[in-house]
Design a protein around this ligand. Structure first.
Ligand code: ADP
Ligand code: MG
Length: 679
């Protein structure tokens, strides 16, 4: 069997693993020999020091040499077998429950010297060890330092030791995949040697070249997959899009602000991609309120002018509607724009689908379901996906495939992510980043308030309403369950209605579309000043006149999510406020989060802090993204190695190096779903 196949073969193939043990290991997600290597030592035991019986300490696991003196086999159920042992300083009993006489006679032969390691107790005026498993007449086989592992119930340590030792002894050498330069940084340590060191009790909890190399392997394999997708997409040739500056200028005339430098740069980068003969696969990243929409609409208009259709997908209906309204406002009447959501009437839907096919519709705006549905376009040239941080690499690849050869892809994300994670999450795409916010933005003042002082908050809200300002009041989900999702918001709505009467609206997920639209329209037209809502307002909604957001039970939200919510306000030029409400007794962690939010309005910085507090796995949306958790690598601790891997990928790309050499690495690290079409 080739080395790699051996490593990836089922644990059943290991000597000493029967179907029962295999089942126990599978419970720990260990199915292959390779998996077994990543069940890391939990601790180690040192059995090298031997003690005289008189020196033994009660309650400790110790090693001692004794002579077997006398057996006592009571042959009565439930009574243990007993073996009396001694050395020149005292006596000790070995106690065996559920044991066989023959076995005991074999491991503890009468009048022989044996070495025993076990936990020492004191009972009936004598030292004793109960069911010791480490007994041998060969002193050296006991006097060892050994790694210990966390096990599932039913699997005993001794058995597991045998298995892992067996695997480590037979560990194959693999052809080196790291480049010479990189390998040098890890003192040329091979993969095999690194794994052996990882399990060596001498290195318990130690850091060093062996660990860094293994971490690097893991990061590199992850990046390489993305790199490969990128490469494949870059190979796709498409018809160049041809357009002048006219559409851009016509939009500029209709907005009452100047684009920021970063917005202009993003537009240039996108234009370059659109005009090239290679397919665009680009991420537009920018904090909430940084102005991504206008950039994507410029791109849309350019594509429409070059005689292609555009599909624009938003994550919610509310947002789709908002984009639709904006596009209507900015684009001249000669362009046909349609809105298609899950709630579009059947008759209208049929008409839209027909017009997409015959080319009458230039721009279709809808929810993400647009992508799932079978829609045929006459000449689709660009797909835009807004706020799509929950898409994983695989889904994006499918999207790009489905979009077809001539169709460019632009993904927008408002979730700033830590620098180290960009490659991990978006390595398959080119990226444009909008860092600077529009100039007129003021910092959002952030306060925290105890629930008890809710009247202060209500008074503040009242004053703001007097000034003609508008307020979001967010109530979190009480449980993940849909049913009670709305309870807190309905309750709050009812209590606020007593104070603000008809000036307050309620918004939550299960309202009828018409009802939702009516409330949002009322808010937009300033007929109502206050909206109580669940987190449906989280993504993207743009109401420049809203300047206060109150968030109840703020500790239920992660840092990034709070930042997103806060980003709903502060979009106009008014002084804006975010009030975080808490019940009493905040945890230390919650206090830290408030402090970070109060001190920064920078989404990228907040995401770094969030990752430090919560670990990268929990970071907003990552869990849903299909992103595999790393076994060893940690984007906080191993920042340097992430950057090193990024550099290495860049080199590989620049030299257009073949990925064949990494075949084993990729196969081992199991990103195989994509791998299938690499080789
Ligand atoms: P996001 O990046 O969160 O999607 P939007 O595109 O919704 O942000 O923009 C937020 C608000 O900022 C909108 O009201 C938009 O009209 C406005 N805006 C966008 N760009 C600028 C700019 N350069 N100067 C001033 N306001 C801007
Ligand atoms: Mg947006």
């Amino acid at each position: 069997m080739a080395n790699i196949d051996y490593l990836l073969s089922d644990i059943n193939n290991i000597n000493g693993i029967g179907s029962k043990t295999a089942k126990l290991l599978r419970r720990k997600n260990i199915t292959t020999i390779f998996d077994l290597l990543w069940n890391l030592p939990r601790d180690f035991v040192d059995r090298t020091k031997t003690y005289k019986i008189s020196e033994l300490e009660i309650g400790k696991v110790q090693t001692f040499n004794v002579i077997v003196k006398k057996y006592n086999f009571p042959r009565i159920r439930n009574l243990p077998n007993k073996v009396l042992c001694e050395d020149e300083t005292g006596k000790l009993d070995c106690i065996f429950f559920n044991s066989y006489e023959g076995y005991i006679r074999k491991i503890l032969p009468l009048n022989q010297k044996v070495t025993i390691n076990g936990k020492v107790n004191f009972y009936n005026k004598r030292y004793q060890v109960v069911n010791p498993t480490n007994i041998s007449s060969d002193e050296n086989s006991i006097k060892k330092v050994q790694s210990t592992y966390s096990l599932t119930d039913g699997l005993n340590e001794k058995k597991y030791q045998k298995i892992i030792q067996n695997v480590l002894e037979k560990l194959p050498n693999l052809d080196e995949w790291l480049s010479k330069d990189v390998l040098k940084k890890f003192n040329n340590i091979s993969w095999k040697e690194s794994i052996l060191k990882l399990h060596d009790p001498k290195n318990f909890n130690a850091k060093g070249d062996f660990l860094n190399r293994l971490i690097f392997d893991e990061i590199l394999s992850n990046f390489l997959i993305s790199c490969n997708i990128r490469r494949k997409i870059k190979k796709i040739k498409k018809n160049k899009k041809k357009f002048s500056n006219d559409p851009y200028n016509s939009i500029l005339k209709k907005i009452n602000f100047n684009l920021t430098i970063d917005q202009q740069k993003a537009i240039e980068e996108i234009n370059k991609d659109l005009k090239s003969d290679r397919k665009m696969f680009r991420l537009l990243q920018g904090d909430v309120g940084s102005g991504k929409t206008i950039v994507s609409l410029v791109a849309s208009l350019n594509v429409i002018y070059s005689k292609f259709q555009v599909a624009f997908m938003a994550p919610t209906e509310i947002l789709a509607k908002q984009h639709y309204n904006l596009a209507k406002k900015l684009f001249s009447d000669s362009i046909e724009i349609n809105l298609l959501t899950g709630k579009t009437e059947n008759k209208e839907r049929k008409a839209i689908l027909k017009n997409l096919l015959n080319g009458k519709v230039d721009l279709l705006i809808g929810t993400h379901s647009l992508f799932q549905e079978k829609i045929n376009y006459k000449k689709l040239g660009l797909i835009i996906i807004d706020e799509q941080h929950k898409f994983g690499v695989n889904q994006r690849k499918k999207l790009s495939d489905k979009a077809g050869k001539n169709c460019d892809v632009l993904v927008m994300s408002a979730t700033p992510i830590p620098r180290t994670m960009i490659m991990t999450i978006y390595g398959d795409m080119d990226t444009s980043i909008i860092k600077s916010k529009p100039k007129n933005r003021k910092e959002i003042k952030t306060y925290s308030k105890n629930d008890k002082n809710i009247n202060d908050v209500i008074n503040f809200v009242n004053k703001q309403i007097q000034l003609g300002n508008q307020i979001f009041w967010v109530c979190p989900l009480i449980e993940e369950s849909k049913k009670i999702d709305h309870q807190s918001s309905i309750k709050r709505y009812e209590s606020l209605k007593k104070i603000f009467r008809n000036n307050v609206g309620l918004l939550h997920g299960s309202l009828e579309k018409n009802e939702k639209d009516r409330i949002l329209l009322d808010f937009l037209n300033k007929k109502i000043n206050l909206i109580v809502s669940t987190t449906v307002i989280e993504v993207g909604i743009d109401f420049p006149n809203a300047n206060v957001i109150v968030i109840e039970n703020a500790n239920k939200f992660g840092l990034s999510q709070l930042h997103q919510l806060r980003g709903r306000v502060g979009r106009g030029d008014k002084e804006s406020y975010c009030i975080l409400m808490f019940k009493t007794n905040l945890s230390e962690n919650a206090k830290k989060r408030i402090k970070i939010l109060k001190s920064s309005n920078d989404g990228f910085k907040i995401s770094e802090e969030d990752m430090k507090l919560r670990g990268y796995g929990d970071l907003l949306g990552f869990k849903q993204s299909g992103l595999k958790n790393f076994r060893l690598a940690d984007p906080i601790q191993n920042q340097d190695l992430f950057f090193l891997a990024e550099k290495e990928i860049k080199k590989i790309e620049d030299r257009n190096e073949s990925l064949d050499k990494y075949f084993q690495l990729l196969k081992l690290y199991d990103r195989a779903d994509i791998l299938n079409d690499i080789v």
